[in-house]
Design a protein. Structure first.
Length: 245
């Protein structure tokens, strides 16, 4: 019995360690730098992107965060929200292909934002908010490569992009999905509006014609019924007078 109990105890210990290892691995895998929300419509304007940075180290704090914005598909009108305890440095770059907007041609865009001076302790995270004026409409997603520096000098590079159909890499870059533009309510092309108007007119005309035909039919039927009623009444009077005569 003693040997049997020892075997069970060892088996239970191994199982517990295995479970703890799996949970720990899952915790590390889920503690990536991410961007929220996860998607926006192409060409969206006046929105906010939140970069969530969790601390993965038990004995070191995050002291520096660098987010790189893509310049091949630039994000326009970037503004950084003041972050308590942190200092933001915004770097702009010349665009290889200028972007034409309603307000003119844009030749420069923000390419990097670096936050320093603060600390993200063990078991904590920090949200860094970035406002934008306009997102690009010529791509399906934006990857924001990020470097996370710890107080012990360790640098985690969140720069790997997930290939289509492949598993998520070890250090994935935060990715923002860009979805199809949403059509505005009541928005229609002139041709569609004209077709809808013409169809409505035809439907109204047909309905009016049908109503007129029905009314005429009922009127004629009423006249016939009235004539028959008069005839029946006259016939009844004639029959009632005949015996008296």
């Amino acid at each position: 019995m003693s040997a049997h109990r020892t075997t069970l105890r060892r088996a239970g210990t191994v199982a517990a360690l295995a479970t703890a290892g799996v949970l720990a691995a899952a915790g590390v895998a889920s503690a990536h730098v991410t961007v929220h929300p996860g998607s926006y419509a192409k060409g969206a304007t006046d929105g906010v992107l939140t970069f969530r940075v969790p601390n993965e180290e038990d004995k070191a704090a995050t002291t520096k965060v660098q987010v790189y914005l893509p310049t091949e598909h630039p994000v326009l009108g970037v503004l950084v929200t003041p972050q308590n305890g942190w200092t933001a440095k915004v770097t702009t770059s010349k665009l290889k292909t200028p972007v034409k907007t309603d307000d003119g041609t844009i030749t420069d865009a923000v390419s990097q934002i670096t936050w320093t001076g603060g600390r993200i302790g063990a078991g904590q995270y920090e949200d860094f908010n970035v406002a934008f004026g306009q997102l690009p409409d010529d791509t399906d997603q934006l990857a924001f490569k990020t470097l996370q520096t710890y107080s012990d000098g360790n640098v985690v590079r969140w720069i790997e992009e997930t290939a289509a159909g492949a598993d998520e890499p070890e250090n994935p870059a935060p990715v923002l999905k860009l979805t199809a533009k949403e059509s505005e309510e009541g928005d229609a092309t002139p041709a569609a509006s004209a077709a809808a108007t013409a169809g409505s007119a035809k439907s109204t005309t047909a309905s009016s014609s049908s109503s007129d035909s029905t009314a005429r039919g009922l009127g004629i039927a009423g006249l016939i019924v009235g004539v028959l009623g008069l005839a029946a009444g006259a016939f009844a009077i004639v029959r009632s007078r005949s015996p008296r005569s």
